[in-house]
Design a protein around this ligand. Structure first.
Ligand SMILES: Nc1ncnc2c1ncn2[C@@H]1O[C@H](COP(=O)(O)OP(=O)(O)OP(=O)(O)O)[C@@H](O)[C@H]1O
Length: 304
């Protein structure tokens, strides 16, 4: 198997006495879309900055595309980065600025690269616009276009949809899906957990600089000994559910969502679910759906 795109082993980064990242180990496989999740101050941007080579770890080992990212030029042509607060320099029009950057990066056909990249993010109309005249959403997409020029095999996106309106955010998510289809490795941080759940193959949850959990999205949202029943109509009689074999707790979340926990050691999920659903139907309750597993948001709230 080829070397992972990114490999952190026990990585620490201190700022004075403060450990912004503290003993974090995680692996991003090539071709994965990988999420970095965590509350404010969890260490996501610091981790990103180390992956890009902007910051050196204080301890541990870090390899990105098989090299030490902070070695000058080691990641040339291999990495595209959208920093969290990307600021475009003033005094430029967008198209010529991107063309200039493409030339600086040594790309063969700089203007073509700039046009192709702006097109990809749906921003061709900004070609001749002054950078200072761009809206927040346009500036973010122009910075994203810069990250995509030259089709680097690894793209790091720090909060790519923060502050964007829903339509533009959706467009950016589409760009990320296209990157995945082209087998580009993407690391993306976001506070929008629903978005990460949809986009990512795997993720790491950070909390106060430490790794709370890392794994595939299926592992993070793993199916535990609980399920939910979406109730369409009828009255759920909770004490009767408690009396069913295997059920350890049952409660309503709001008017229409029944949450059931069961003894997963001694009872098969399909048996308990069938028993509960059967009982509900017998008592005149109509059901819209049954779901198992945590949503990512619940998992993050549990862990952080
Ligand atoms: N240059 C720095 N000097 C001192 N402390 C820093 C520096 N950069 C980050 N920190 C601290 O390290 C911790 C992690 O910060 P970081 O920006 O990596 O978190 P984050 O997860 O990206 O947060 P957010 O979601 O708010 O962007 C914070 O407590 C922050 O104050």
């Amino acid at each position: 198997m080829s070397e992972p795109a990114i490999d952190l082993v026990n990585v620490t980064r201190r700022f004075g006495a403060k450990s912004a990242v503290d003993g974090v180990s995680l692996t991003v496989q090539r071709g994965q879309v990988y999420g970095l999740i965590g509350p404010n101050g969890a260490g996501k941007t610091t981790t990103f900055s180390m992956m890009c080579g902007y910051l050196r770890p204080s301890g541990g080992t870090l390899r990105v595309m098989g090299v030490n990212p902070w070695v000058d030029g080691a990641l040339k042509g291999k990495l595209g980065v959208l920093p969290q607060d990307a600021v475009l320099p003033g005094g430029w029009k967008v198209g010529p600025l991107l063309t200039y950057w493409a030339r600086l990066s040594g790309l063969d056909r700089p203007e073509q690269e700039a046009r192709g990249s702006l097109e990809k993010v749906g921003l061709m109309e900004a070609w001749g616009v002054d950078t200072h005249a761009l809206s927040h959403g346009m500036a973010k997409r122009a910075a994203l276009a810069q990250a995509l020029m030259g089709k680097p095999p690894l793209v790091l996106l720090d909060e790519p949809t923060a502050g964007l309106d829903p339509r533009i955010a959706n467009q950016v998510r589409q760009v990320i899906r296209e990157l995945r289809d082209q087998h580009t490795t993407v690391v993306v941080s976001s506070h929008n957990l629903q978005e990460l759940e949809q986009l990512c193959d795997a993720a790491a949850i950070l909390d106060r600089g430490r790794l709370a959990q890392a794994g595939t999205m299926a592992e993070l949202t793993s199916q535990t000994a609980e399920f939910r029943v979406q109730v369409a109509s009828g009255t759920v009689i909770i004490p009767e559910l408690h009396a069913l074999p295997g059920v350890t707790s049952a409660r309503m979340e709001g008017e229409t969502l029944l949450h059931v926990r069961f003894d997963g050691q001694n009872h098969k999920p399909e048996e308990v679910i069938s028993r509960v659903v059967g009982h509900l139907l017998q008592t005149g309750v109509l059901i819209l759906g049954v779901s198992r597993g945590h949503r990512l948001e619940e998992r993050v709230l549990q862990l952080t």
